[in-house]
Design a protein around this ligand. Structure first.
Ligand code: FSX
Ligand code: SF4
Ligand code: F3S
Length: 386
């Protein structure tokens, strides 16, 4: 971004935040009125909040000078009503965000925003819950952010919700109508996920194939709390879609490969691999490629931002990346503890389908990468054993 573009964007965001500030906050009770105050009560100082804003600003790809805007956006998060729907999934995406043992600033902000409907965390149940969903859709028509977790069975009777026997697909379509922005949270909602894995008995589909409005995909099984909250903050700041990749994933989070920023990368380059889980090389933190790491073919920021308030991430914990933010990863990336290069590329990537012509170039590149990486692993073991 040139400095003139930066100034223009800064002013645009500032204007949007000023307009949001004029709206009445939606809050659950008097105690949760002021985000900054609640954070302080939870043991976070203003300085922690500012540090969080600096990290989030960098994470969403904005210059450091935008940190005060990120801070303001978090404070104004309760001006944007959110409806979160559950479809076919394991609730891991909600867990990722809300159930950390030691809730970080991300979880607290999310908990404080106007979460008008979220089956897992709302107090209401049954008819009362259904009523709050329909009231929220009516009262905030055209203004709410819709977040959907889970794949949606196209054979609709496989997912019925509530007393009226409505289907998940009906609910998603209806909620999408009045949404100002729509986020598919998790790989299930973004690409179908585990229930869409071969043979996909319920004919589960991504949200984007079940509604006719643009969807921002936030994949990961589950996505990190930073990617969930970061997308919300980004929307509050921008009020429009962020730059997306060919799978409609925000570029700020999904433009780099896991492999490119991995802490074990030096071992990969040096040809130092874990051969079996638990061996000496594993204890030395060597590269996990030969025990199945799919980091070279997976685009996400886990290696940089980690999970649970930056505590750790799969590769840090000693297991390879399983490619959970890529389309059809259950079929294309498994078996998860074997290198992809051991199998024929054509079998491994058959699942991407012929309709993805726009991504053919990427897939060809991926094929070359698979071959290149497998060759590197073999060559380096030969050199080592010599
Ligand atoms: Fe689970 Fe969410 Fe995976 Fe899916 O996560 S963690 S199966 S992406 O929809 O609940
Ligand atoms: Fe890291 Fe996996 Fe790449 Fe090895 S193959 S450097 S463990 S991402
Ligand atoms: Fe998923 Fe790989 Fe990150 S398995 S959580 S994309 S390290």
């Amino acid at each position: 971004m040139s400095s003139a573009e930066e100034t223009k964007l800064f002013k645009k965001m500032q204007k949007r935040l000023n307009n949001l500030a004029k709206l009445n906050p939606y809050y659950k009770d008097e105690d949760s009125k002021d985000v900054a105050e609640v954070l302080e009560r939870s043991g976070f100082s203003r300085r922690d909040f500012m540090k969080w804003a600096a990290v989030m600003t960098a994470a969403i790809g904005l210059p450091a000078s935008f940190a005060p805007l990120t801070l303001k956006a978090a404070e104004l998060a309760n001006r944007v009503p959110v409806i979160w729907l559950h479809m076919a999934e394991c609730t891991g995406c909600s867990e990722s965000l809300l159930r950390t043992e030691d809730p970080g600033i991300d979880s607290i902000i999310f908990d404080l925003i106007s979460l008008e409907y979220h089956e897992t965390v709302m107090a209401a149940a049954g008819h009362q819950a259904e009523k709050s969903l329909h009231d929220a859709m009516k009262n905030y028509y055209g203004r709410y952010v819709l977040m959907v977790e889970g794949g949606i069975p196209k054979d609709e009777y496989f997912l019925t919700i509530g007393a009226q026997g409505r289907t998940g697909a009906q609910e998603a379509r209806e909620a999408a109508k009045g949404a100002a922005a729509i986020l598919a949270i998790g790989t299930c909602s973004s690409f179908g996920g585990v229930q869409a894995a071969n043979p996909n008995p319920t004919n589960a589909q991504p949200l984007s194939k079940m509604i006719d409005k643009p969807v921002i995909n936030v994949p990961g099984c589950p996505p990190s709390e930073k990617n969930i909250v970061g997308n919300l903050i980004n929307y509050i700041l921008l009020g429009s879609l962020p730059a997306l990749d060919s799978f409609n994933r925000p570029k700020w989070a999904y433009q780099h490969r896991i492999h490119d920023l991995c802490e074990r990368r030096g071992h990969f380059d040096a040809g130092e691999f874990v051969e079996h889980f638990g061996d000496e090389n594993a204890k030395n933190g060597f590269c996990l490629y030969k025990v199945g790491c799919k980091g070279p073919y997976t685009f996400n920021n886990c290696s940089k931002l980690r999970f649970n308030s930056h505590t750790n991430w799969p590769v840090g914990a000693g297991h390879g990346c399983i490619g959970c933010s890529e389309p059809d990863f259950w079929d294309t990336m498994s078996p998860f503890e074997e290198p992809l290069g051991n199998r024929l590329y054509s079998t491994a990537y058959a699942g991407f389908g012929a309709d993805k012509t726009a991504d053919t170039a990427g897939i060809v590149l991926l094929a070359i990468t698979v071959i290149g990486i497998a060759a590197h692993a073999v060559a380096s073991s030969v050199t080592k054993s010599k």
